[in-house]
Design a protein around this ligand. Sequence first.
Ligand code: DX5
Ligand code: ZN
Length: 220
Amino acid sequence: MSAIISPSLLSADFANLEKDINMINQSQADWLHIDVMDGVFVPNISFGFPVLDSIKDKCQKPLDVHLMIVEPDKFITRFAEAGAAIINVHYEACTHLHRTIQLIKSTGAKAAVTLNPHTPVCLLEDIITEVDMVLLMSVNPGFGGQKFIANTTQKVRDLKALIASKNAHAIIEVDGGVNLETGKELVEAGADALVAGNFVFKSANPTETIAQLKALGNRQ
Ligand code: DX5
Ligand code: ZN
């Protein structure tokens, strides 16, 4: 079974977003990953509601929204209205994560929790049965084009074991520095979904690059 591929819009051409959305629509991409940054949780600001509102009717793939923001509860309903099919909140940004997860589910969106590279998988022990997905950061969030942190592969294995031990159904997504080499390693370790920004959008043929990532999936 092949992995879910979620190209990251952060690396797209913002002067010509429609062209890149059309490319995504025609490609084998499963989702479109949307990185929202507030300049507080991460040292960068990306984009917000006007961009989502503009693309939600044009993009035929589910929007996989990654909130790198503090106090995400304030905006979850608004992100659902802006077309988010999956809402990822950071473990490190949520004081009352259980409440936040329930809030996401109440909008009808899938609920996902994201871990920074330094946050251990074992902290999810008491929430894993509640979430639809765990997003493991394989770079420090804030920027595209960074180097993959190798320890993530072991985190995928640890998370897979935690999910099995709790009889949970969460899937595993990985974000940051994904290319054909790191992607293969991650899929073999048990990753279900891969985010790729620079590797897709800065390649000579993004549609073909997405197809190559899609072909990685020889996982059992
Ligand atoms: C980083 C973002 C990523 C980023 C990945 O903070 O969460 O989604 O776009 O970009 P690449 O694939 O270039 O590392
Ligand atoms: Zn992301």
